[in-house]
Design a protein around this ligand. Sequence first.
Ligand SMILES: [Zn+2]
Length: 272
Amino acid sequence: MAGRGTSYFTKRSRERQAQFSNPFVYLREDLEQARIRFLEEPTEGIYSGVFHRPWVKGRLLNPVICVEQDDSPPKVEGMTDECPLCTADDDPRMQFFIWVYVYYLLHPHQNPALDKDPQAPKWQAVKVGRGATATTMFRQDVNKLKILLGGPRLKDEIDNAVAAAAENDATLLDADYRFIRHGVPKSSETRYNFVAIGKSSKLRDEVTKVIDELGDIADAALEGTTSFYANVDEAGESEEPEETEEQEETEEEAAEVGEEEAESESKDFATL
Ligand SMILES: [Zn+2]
């Protein structure tokens, strides 16, 4: 990528931003959930590495690989043997990246953007669950390729889902899943789980199309690293795309998903 310079990356970053407002799936509130399809079989290997989540000028950037602590860091223009983020006392951690298709998110509340902007999208109220456990949630359609990003704790939940599928002679690829958050914003007890959705084995055409065009997850995972090193000398200038609250809110998510705390007692989510 020699010679392309900052404006190229900034332009590219803006294009990508328009395409995926955020390449990662994030759940922000207690009981918020996403309907997803795993597009890769985790038992065949999950892309992982040791990454930083740097804050620059009040923004959380996408993951940046740690050139000192990762086992096999890539060569990226602008990178040296010394990690500037470790030098700045930022602790890196193991992160996993998995391609998923996200159909929609279910939020416990209506779109908060409507408070400030009456033209903001209104999410559809839907009933989730049956009988006494039924609740109203608000559906935000996504229908996009995203990256599920997490630390060792999320990886454990994926392993649990793999084991649960295996009991039915299935794999994670054989159904859609509900990816559910349990924990209020900023809670250190937040955990996530995956629940297979019955009668969802057939792949929809739009998902098949995404699978056919799937890029290399390592390339996608390293985009944050490439743009970080391309911009590192100019971090003080105003070339960064202006950010929305969406990016800022990812701080707590990144912190929580990566944590390895004792699991709280398990619960039965079959009614979902
Ligand atoms: Zn580092």
